[in-house]
Design a protein around this ligand. Sequence first.
Ligand SMILES: [Fe+2]
Length: 484
Amino acid sequence: MTLLPTGAHPVPVDVSLVPELSGLFAPTTAERDIGPLEVVGELPPELDGTYLRNGPNPRFTPIGSYTYPLDGDGMIHAVRIDDGRVSYSNRFVETPALRAEERAGHALWSGLMTMYRPDATEVGAGLAGTRKDLPDINVVRHAGRTLALAEAAPPFALSPELATLGRETFGGALPAGITAHPKIDPRTGELLVFCYGIEAPFLTWSVVGPDGTIRRTPTVVDGVERPTMIHDMAITDRFVVLVVAPYYFDIAAAMSGGSLLTWRPEDGTRIALVPRDGSPTRWLATDAFWCWHLANAFDDGPAPGGAGGAGPGPDGAVVVDYVQWDRPGTDDPADEQHAMLVRARLDLGRGTVVRTPAHDRRVEFPRIDDRVLGRRHDRVATIATRPDDPQLADTLVVTDLAGGHDAHWRAPELALGEPVHLPRPGDPDPGHGWWATLAVDRREDVSWFLVLPADDPAAGPVARVRIPVRVPLGLHGVWLPSNR
Ligand SMILES: [Fe+2]
């Protein structure tokens, strides 16, 4: 954490020294509406809806520091498919802090790793001393609300035209905010969320009903004694699943110029199974690993009879699929650690965690067909990074965890983003439909919305929608069929 002398002002960062501010990541300041777009190939006629994707996109040169992927203003990119016509739009998430910066014509809030907040002379009494909202990580729609999501902070609601409507606190019930990765239970329509805090309580979970009203106000997850960073979650019919790795906030160290976050592998990683009925949390411990993203989890029956007659307990097991890192990731190509897709089986009776890698590819951004979130699933889509650049992914990998094989499609001329599943309307089979991703062309300043058949991803895209501008590489997105 960078400390500034009293009265000092953070200076602009050297963009050339920050990989996530240049090249394919370089932010765009333009807000555009472009269409109709050229389609190479043939869009499936059943596809009708909107793909939304969020990502950090600082409006002005950051001051003090820039920490990807947390810092940066949110920008939502939309690809709309309407009766075969395709268009593209993008808009900033207009937070009060961003509006103040737009009035000033430059950045006023420093990056997270610089200890600085603007005073009233810079931003007025209403915003003086505040933290900047950073709804730049994900976007979801629930109960008619489209939400741009931040890490452990209130999201911002958006109109269908991507106008920012304001901070969403769910009627004041969730003032501290929610995770960037809430989960919608397709069975109940509930939105399940968690939020970690720097101060006690360090971890809570909540439930928003399908009508958008609060069903469970923030409820403490017992057993978390330190402020701990947790990025994602999963759900099953019975549990909220939280991977609690030993990655702690250390405010005392930060206040003296040290690191805000500290990795303590000796503590191991614990997995919290929080019963959705409100009964006490079940904790399972294993060796330390870090996890940015989970693909899914589901309740499973007891394991087949164990060796030595140690039969499974009556509570069965929970299966959790996620991308496993040795430790919190760095973007340093010299960092040899491998991010792997892993299936973990948590036996509640024995209290054991058995982790099995699916393959040896270096992958991230795991997604499934969201219609089976929380229930048994087989296929997980990820993107695999290039050996020469761990920040660029050029391969879509769809892994069948039941069948033990994967299908992949490689496009070395592109940098692929997170995959999303596009269901075929009326067809409940996750193995059908399509996988889509927003890719940046490495040869020229254009981007592509790619649509690949889910039953044969290795065949490559059936349609490539050409977006005649570069959409900066970003983070998470969602497909919203037009009938929702
Ligand atoms: Fe994420």
